[in-house]
Design a binder for this molecule. Structure first.
Ligand code: FMN
Length: 341
């Protein structure tokens, strides 16, 4: 059996244990379709699909289906859920199920309601986690696998390394996916060798022909080295991994004193987070799509993780999937999470 055959590929019916992670504002239908068509699995980010790329969710899913009938996934962000947001998210999950989506990646909060909707239809839910207590909460909610977000990830990185997470979560009896820091086929192979059943990549897939992000953003990823990646609190109130542009250098990476004080208060933290969520959605969307007519570096936040180190060109997404598959062509043992001690 080859390393291509893992608990993840079997569960999802895909050929390569490689997920293109959901990315606000970088997930567009063409990117999701290209990754799935090549044998990995692309994950739709509904907010990005609707509010960045202007597709109605159902229409966007059908657009993907015109390119490939292979499995795709959808991201379900659960936390910060006002009733209105939660109702909207539930409606999106229903639309996705009606359109044949059977893989869901939940982030933050309790994924139970997603599992209850998805599992009876034969669907699979993986939960993003950064440490064991969130993994246990996700498993109590019935999830089928875990995405272990490590300290090298793009977006909101976790506090622990990929090696620490495979140790900490390896005995939980479900497939583990490595998210963070994987930018090339060597790192992909190493993650599977370490005991992961698959890899979720984000940053690598921004620097692709199909990604809708601005060309300047893609080239900044190619040009960046690991030491150009910094964590800033100024976008969402919690550390977000971005490229250190002149703008980021100028305004710093710490939240201002008033924001920090409001984030500490039991009541004020909720509306401070709402302000951050609304503002960051706009800022990140603008940074991803803008450029062209104006200086692309002026006030932009370009999210990226330390995997920039392994990214040396903008290329078709399918080429990345195929290179990763080829790197695993040597035979090995099929992996789930590391067996219980
Ligand atoms: C630009 C960007 C936006 C992201 N947005 C989301 C998101 O909306 N939801 C989510 O669950 N994860 C999000 N992530 C995390 C990715 O899905 C993935 O786990 C992460 O990028 C893996 O790390 P890597 O960038 O080092 O490959 C985002 C990552 C990036 C780089």
């Amino acid at each position: 059996m080859s390393l291509l055959d893992t608990a993840l590929t079997r569960q999802l019916g895909i050929e390569v244990p490689l997920i293109c992670g959901a990315m606000y504002p970088c997930s567009n239908p063409e990117l999701v379709a290209a990754v799935s068509a090549a044998g990995g699995i692309g994950v739709v980010q509904p907010l990005s699909m609707i509010y960045v790329y202007g597709h109605d969710l159902r229409e966007g899913l059908r657009l993907i289906r015109r390119t490939t009938d292979k499995p795709i996934g959808m991201n379900v962000l659960i936390e910060r859920s006002s009733k209105m947001y939660l109702d909207r998210m539930k409606a999106w999950v229903d639309v996705a199920l009606e359109e044949g989506v059977r893989f869901f990646v939940t982030s933050l909060g309790n994924p139970r309601w997603v599992v209850e909707r998805v599992a009876p239809l034969g669907g699979v839910v993986y939960h993003d986690v950064t440490e064991r207590k969130w993994a246990e909460k996700g498993l109590a909610g019935g999830v089928h696998g875990l995405i272990a977000v490590n300290d090298r990830a793009g977006g909101h990185a976790g506090p622990k390394s990929a090696a620490q997470l495979v140790d900490e979560l390896g005995d939980l009896g479900v497939p583990l996916v490595c998210a963070g820091g994987v930018g090339d086929e060597a790192a992909f192979g190493a993650a599977l060798e370490a005991g992961y059943a698959g890899v979720q990549m984000g940053t690598r897939f921004i620097a692709t022909d199909e990604c809708g992000a601005h060309a300047d953003y893609k080239h900044a990823i190619v040009a960046a080295t690991e030491s150009d990646i910094v964590l800033t609190e100024r976008v969402t109130g919690v550390p977000l991994s971005v490229i250190r542009t002149p703008y980021v250098e100028r305004i710093g990476t710490k939240a201002g004193p008033i924001a920090r004080w409001l984030l500490r208060g039991r009541r004020t933290k909720h509306w401070m987070r709402t302000i951050y969520a609304l503002r960051s959605a706009w800022q990140l969307k603008r940074a991803s799509l803008a450029g062209g007519a104006r200086e692309a570096t002026s006030k932009d936040y370009w999210q990226a993780g330390k995997s920039v180190a392994g990214i040396d060109r903008v290329e078709p997404a399918g080429a990345i999937v195929r290179r990763c598959a080829a790197a695993l062509s040597v035979s090995g043992t099929a992996r789930t999470a590391r067996p219980r001690a």
